[in-house]
Every structure is written in structure tokens, then in C-alpha cells.
Design a binder for this molecule. Sequence first.
Ligand SMILES: [Mg+2]
Length: 316
Amino acid sequence: MASRVAATVNGGEAGVAVSAAAPSQTAPSAPRVFLDPQNDEAARLLDGIDTLILDCDGVLWTGSKTIAGAPEALQLLRDQGKRLRFVTNNSSKSRAQYVSKFRGLGIEADASEVMSSSYGAAAYLQSIGFGISLQPGKKVLLLGPEGVEHELALAGVPFVAARGLGLPIYDSPDAMLRMEVDTGIGAVVVGLRELPGCFLVATNTDDFDYIGGGRTMPGTGCIVAAVETASGSKAVNVGKGGPWLFPFLCSSLGLDPARTAVVGDRLDTDIALAREGGMLAILPLTGVATLDDALAAPPCKAPDAVVSSVAALAGL
Ligand SMILES: [Mg+2]
């Protein structure tokens, strides 16, 4: 049954940025597994697919290291006429900064092909008319990286960044009682009960990030959870795993879910996005999720196929 997917803010007060009819979630009975490098069957997964939504961390690179065969695979897929879009929950960079990273790793990409969650946060706030029709005259308090600053500035969303502000330290009850509240803040990633009407925007709610070498670090979701608890508000997640992204991708890219594949290394974000949108879900084993994770996943997070890497999808 088709269902409406809509992004809402604080129970729907701010309305819906974009919405689209989502196909029903069709879960595979068991993922098809392609791990034999001598077998080019994995490449046939993309027959009938004209758009690939590719995750970046754990698919194209790990930290500052390119995953073997990824640049060549992307070029081959382009040569086959596939449309590539790079959709990442990592908000550390703007789209322009991502293009520099791509090129530094030997991958050609255009800013129009990049959909980072830093851009998503700015696009979301712009789409709801923040600072104009919604919370007129107010600004965003950003608790986030430089990439989001760049995208908010490009979108014309007024903001003040906590990063580098030299904010005072409240290290005692007396100091906290002297804390001043800026009533010009209308949307924050740090919310306080003293600011009624503020809402929270999360670039993602990932619980951890894989940084290579078998090591992980706490992800943005840890900060979001702390802020949600402190503010008593629920954040709008504009990244993969949240309700806003798929309708936005549909409207901005003109996606045909039946001809689109999502390639990503996380079940709770990449594969969940594919399941939500009725798109082909492909898990490469170069990042977070393992084959055992894929085989044990619930239907809403189960991939259609597991491949050794993105290179296998190009027959490399
Ligand atoms: Mg990833």
C-alpha cells in the first residue's frame, strides 16, 4: 500500500518541506550474496538501474584512504550511462569541500552530484522559510562543523555558530544562574526550555562513525540525544534514517525508485533509505555492516544484495 512520507517539525507546527508517495517496503526473503571476485554476476544487479545513490564513508573511502577500485568503478559506471549521486550523512564538509575531497582521492565529481547532510540541513531550513515566514527575524544556533556553516550561508539562512565563538564556560551552579539566554535564537541544535518554540534539526542521528583500523568514534546521534533530553524536543533528522530525505530526493532528483539503487555500508541509514523508498538496496562489505549483520537484519533494514565492494558492481 502506498503511504505518504512527510517531514514535520515539533509535531507538525512548521509544516511539511516536501513529501512524496513512497512505494511499499518490499523486504527480500534473504539477501543475494556476491563475494566471488571471479564471478561478474554482481555487475548484473545494475541491469535496469539508471541512478545510483552512493554513500561515501565505507563505500568510496575510509577516512583519507580510497577504497580499492572505487575511482575506476565510478568511472565505469559513468561510462555505462549511470547517473551517480553521492548522499552522505557526514556533515563535516559542504558540497564544494566534498568535491575537493573527491578530486584529492582521484574521483571526479561535481557539486551538483553531492547531497551531504550539511546541505540537507540548509535546504530543509530554507524550504520551511525559517527566519522569514517561520520564526521571522530569528537565527539558527549551530552546534556543528564548518561544512554546515558554509551551506547555511549559501542558503541565506541566518545563523550563529557555536564553533569558535569562545563561548563562556558555565562550570558551577552560580555561573549557570548568571547565564544569559539569547532570545534571537529560533532554531537550534542546542535547545533550552527557556526558549519556547525553538526546534531542533539534526544532520544525522548516527550512533557511531567507523574511522578505519577497526576503530569507531561517537557519532552525531550521541550529541543529538543529549540535546533532545536537555530540551525536551525531538529533532528533525534530515539525514539518511530520517523521514525528510527520501521525499526530498524524489522531488529534487526526479527519482524513479524502480530504476534506482542505494549503495551503502550501514543498515540503519543506507539500507533503511532504500527499503523506505522501494529502491534496490546493495550493501558493500567495506564499511560498518558485516555479512552476519545483513543476514540477521529485520526486513526494514535488510539489503537485497551483498557485494564485496563497489568495484564488484562495475565488474572489476
Ligand atoms: Mg557509510
